[in-house]
Design a protein around this ligand. Structure first.
Ligand code: PMP
Length: 286
């Protein structure tokens, strides 16, 4: 059984409790981060901590603990649960006021709820899916307009995964005004004539921590990066495609809406970026 963290306590998962008045539960009034663990160490902890603070600031929510305390809790959970490869999930909600109310509660009376738990994923870095690549379908992006804030409001991404599953695909890319925004839980890229193309950062997409690292590594490896919008038609005609996220690193995409890209196997750029990302991230893990 897992040991989880709730508001200062380390508990067996079946003893952890949250109030029914918690605004995370009632209103999705909360933010989260997922940090990968490789060799028992955290990948890009700093990036996740910075984005967490930004999400909190945007929602006028205070962090219940400092960045150093957060790091210590992450490490304690990794140790207590013996995680070699996997993830640490962290969630902060606006807490549990005395009653349900749309207005934010007084932060002096209602303190945020902090929950962390681990997910054990042996073999995460050597996932066989990376050898095969993903198939994606396109769906309308009907999410709210502040996707740069990493809120726990994940119903539509969840529906998107189910639409993909029903269509016999692995995931969905979301499309707004004719252009791909991102995947249900990842950033989306295409590669054409050696150029890596991905949508620029705005309130329309989550500013992926893996995205930032991968684009930096790509530029360091003299690859050309173009941050701009692209359509599903352009993606179908691309040489290759891939997605990035903290828990899947760089994952090749080999099929879009039933159209195979190239020969239908993971592309050279995506495979190389996955190698570089894993190697560099492991070196910098803490
Ligand atoms: N976009 C969305 C919508 C996501 O949910 C995620 C993963 N949480 C990402 C992009 C990738 O972000 P990161 O690389 O920080 O995991």
């Amino acid at each position: 059984m897992r040991t989880v963290y709730v508001n200062g306590d380390y508990l067996p998962e079946n003893e952890a409790r949250i109030s029914i008045f918690d605004r995370g539960f009632l209103m999705a009034d909360g933010v989260y981060e997922v940090t990968s663990v490789l060799d028992g160490k955290l990948i890009d902890f700093d990036g996740h901590a910075v984005r967490l603070q930004r999400s909190l600031d945007e929602l006028e929510m205070a962090s219940p603990v400092s960045k150093d305390e957060l790091l210590a809790i992450h490490r304690e959970l990794i140790a207590r649960n013996g995680i070699d490869q996997g993830m640490v999930y962290l969630q902060i909600t606006r807490g549990a006021p005395a009653d349900r109310d749309f207005a934010y509660p007084d932060p002096d009376e209602t303190t945020p709820t902090l929950v962390l738990f681990t997910q054990n994923k042996p073999g995460l870095a050597d996932s066989p899916v990376a050898q095969k690549g993903l198939s994606v379908i396109s769906i309308d992006d009907i999410r709210w307009g502040r996707r740069d804030i990493k809120t726990v409001q994940l119903l539509y991404p969840s529906m998107g995964k189910m639409l993909a599953k029903k269509a016999g695909a692995d995931d969905a890319w979301m499309v707004q005004d004719g252009y791909v925004t991102e995947g249900t839980s990842n950033n989306a890229y295409i590669v054409k004539d050696g150029k890596i193309i991905t949508r620029e950062r705005s309130q329309d997409i989550l500013h992926g921590i893996t995205r930032a690292a991968v684009l930096r590594f790509a530029q360091e490896a003299q690859m050309v990066v173009e941050e701009r919008n692209f359509t599903i038609d352009e993606a179908k005609a691309a040489d290759e495609a891939f997605v990035t996220s903290a828990s899947t690193f760089v994952m090749p995409v080999v099929e879009i809406d039933g159209t195979k890209l190239g020969d239908g196997t993971p592309g050279r750029v995506a495979s190389r970026l996955r190698e570089i990302y894993l190697e560099e991230s492991r070196k910098a893990a803490i």
